[in-house]
Design a protein around this ligand. Structure first.
Ligand code: SF4
Length: 360
């Protein structure tokens, strides 16, 4: 009876979220040069979300229309990936994930189409094999493209629109010149959406120079090129979104949708974004005794996680409605009055020193 009453109470005060992002693995078959998984490899904890924990999420999947199976890892490596998709689809949800595209076999693609997966994002960091494969080590652009051509073929054979293909391009100083060719790839593969994003978590200080927002002298070039690509894309009915390219120091917003979405990490922790995911830092100190750190504006800061609760112990409703979580989300409310410096003084340090808050 007590449990039943608790469930009813949960249902009444449950939030309606734009999406719930679930980290189902921290394993990855790639070694991208900018990724914490690669740079922090000596201390990285590789694990999969067990199906039992995923099943504990089922009541909370009802809070949203879209479940995105993504964290710091390659989702297809979780052996229960298809079961997880199946579960969400059976609940009437839209399901998406982002992949490096290397594990897309014919069988995998057939299953994704049969399951009517809604969104498949593909990560790229170059439009030539030379550039992409140098940055995304372990990836092979030619193979990824041939896998995606097969996806297009299978979708056509089955007369299926799903999954919709999205391209996610990581802009760096050394690959920006190739971004203009992304439309050619999108056209070839039937992708209707492209997002060009920035390097917002810099774990290796040497990579600071790769972030285009640090290349302030060429900001006009970046801005004009991105706008030009956007207009060309629009003429072909392709949505092209880009982040930045410059920084806005006084911003009190966050590029992540922290007010209407959340991330549930590999251990069931509820966190506002992947950058605050405790898997990046946890309590795990590096073997040499140094805590993991990141670089923000040429200074080094400890990577600190943030969690508002764990779904193993509490319901998502209870976590979402906690006073500290409400207060946190309120800081990012666009209707909030106050000077940026006053709002910044109340924000966690991780958010103040975050390129995503600056619009990157
Ligand atoms: S400001 Fe940065 S760290 Fe804070 S919630 Fe947004 S993305 Fe995460």
């Amino acid at each position: 009876m007590f449990k039943w009453a608790k469930r009813q109470l949960d249902r009444i005060s449950s939030p309606t979220l734009d999406w719930v992002q679930v980290e189902i693995t921290t394993h990855c078959n790639g070694s991208c040069i900018y990724c914490p998984h690669t740079i922090m490899r000596n201390q990285w904890v590789n694990k999969h979300m067990p199906i039992e924990l995923f099943n504990e999420l089922i009541p909370f999947i009802g809070y949203t229309d879209l479940v995105y199976l993504q964290g710091w890892g390659e989702p297809l490596l979780n052996n229960n990936f298809f079961e997880m998709v199946r579960t969400c689809k059976a609940l009437g949800k839209r399901v998406g994930f982002t992949t490096n595209g290397m594990l897309l076999t014919e069988d995998t693609i057939q299953t994704l189409v049969e399951l009517q997966l809604d969104i498949m994002g593909i990560s790229l960091a170059g439009t030539s094999a030379k550039t992409n494969d140098r940055i995304r080590k372990g990836s092979n652009l030619d193979k990824v493209i041939s896998n995606l051509e097969l996806l297009r073929k299978i979708k056509a054979e089955k007369k299926s629109q799903a999954p919709a293909l999205h391209l996610a391009y990581l802009m760096l100083r050394s690959n920006f010149h190739e971004l203009k060719d992304i439309l050619h790839i999108a056209r070839k593969l039937g992708a209707k959406q492209i997002v060009a994003s920035n390097l917002t978590l810099i774990v290796d200080p040497k990579l600071s120079a790769e972030a285009i927002f640090n290349d302030t002298e060429r900001m006009d070039y970046y801005q004009n090129s991105l706008e030009e690509i956007k207009q060309r894309a629009a003429r072909e009915k392709i949505v092209f979104d880009y982040h930045g390219p410059g920084l806005e120091d006084a911003s009190v917003h966050c590029r992540e949708n922290v007010r209407q979405a959340c991330v549930i990490n590999i251990d069931g922790e509820v966190v506002p974004c992947v950058l605050t995911n405790p898997v990046l830092c946890g309590n795990r100190d590096a073997p040499d005794g140094k805590t993991s750190r990141y670089t923000f504006k040429d200074q080094s800061f400890p990577l600190r996680g943030m969690s508002f609760g764990n779904i193993r112990n509490e319901s998502l409703t209870r976590i979402w409605n906690k006073k500290e979580y409400l207060k946190f989300r309120h800081l990012f409310d666009p209707r909030k009055a106050g000077k940026p410096e006053q709002i910044h003084s109340k924000m966690p340090e991780r958010c103040v020193k975050c390129y995503k808050r600056l619009g990157a």
